[in-house]
Design a protein around this ligand. Structure first.
Ligand SMILES: [Zn+2]
Length: 187
């Protein structure tokens, strides 16, 4: 009996979906499900939801997506868009789907999930690119780097103080000397 109170919902890029179907089927095979049970679970307990528009496709759709298009029977327009790497909903700009697994007594999804990891993307929860960390922030994250940077900052500060203490001038600020002519010196 598989207990799954809060089904995990990993995220997948649209491009990963064609390999997700076979990976799911394989986990069902590994857990001893007969072909008919595999079909039933895929169609009824597996769904993928677009993070942006919320359209859902089923595990059965994934199987269709995994097989090459059949020229005799044109694809469902949703499947055709997924094959091209777009969301199943026309004009939706998102590329990410959330895998929704419903508990089923025949399947232990917790055992199945690690086998789907190959297709998963370290996905952002939106369509925006992942946040960039600045080089400085990366440096400051490491305590050793932080100490070196603080040391450098103190050194620079000391040099600046010394510069002024010894009568140095502010670089790049030129006070142009003014010459006044003594009228007496003019012949
Ligand atoms: Zn969408």
């Amino acid at each position: 009996m598989a207990e799954l109170n809060s089904p995990p919902s990993p995220q997948f890029h649209v491009n990963a979906l064609p390999t997700l179907g076979p990976a799911l089927t394989q986990t069902l095979v590994d857990q001893g499900l007969a072909a008919a049970d595999q079909q039933e679970v895929l169609a009824q307990k597996v769904a993928l939801e677009c993070l942006h528009c919320g359209i859902t496709i089923t595990g059965a759709d994934l199987q269709i997506l995994a097989s090459p298009p059949d020229p005799a029977t044109p694809d469902d327009p949703r499947i055709a868009r997924l094959r091209q790497g777009y969301c199943a909903r026309k004009a939706c700009p998102s590329y990410y789907y959330r895998l929704l697994l419903e508990p089923d007594p025949k399947v232990d999804w917790n055992r199945a999930l690690p086998h789907l990891g190959v297709a998963s993307v370290p996905a952002p929860s939106t369509t925006s690119p992942p946040p960039r960390t600045s080089f400085l922030a990366t440096l400051l994250h490491d305590p050793r780097h932080r100490r070196v940077l603080y040391g450098l900052a103190i050194l620079i500060l000391l040099l600046v103080v010394r510069h002024f203490a010894t009568g140095g001038r502010i670089p790049f600020v030129h006070s142009s000397p003014t010459y006044t002519v003594d009228p007496a010196s003019v012949p």
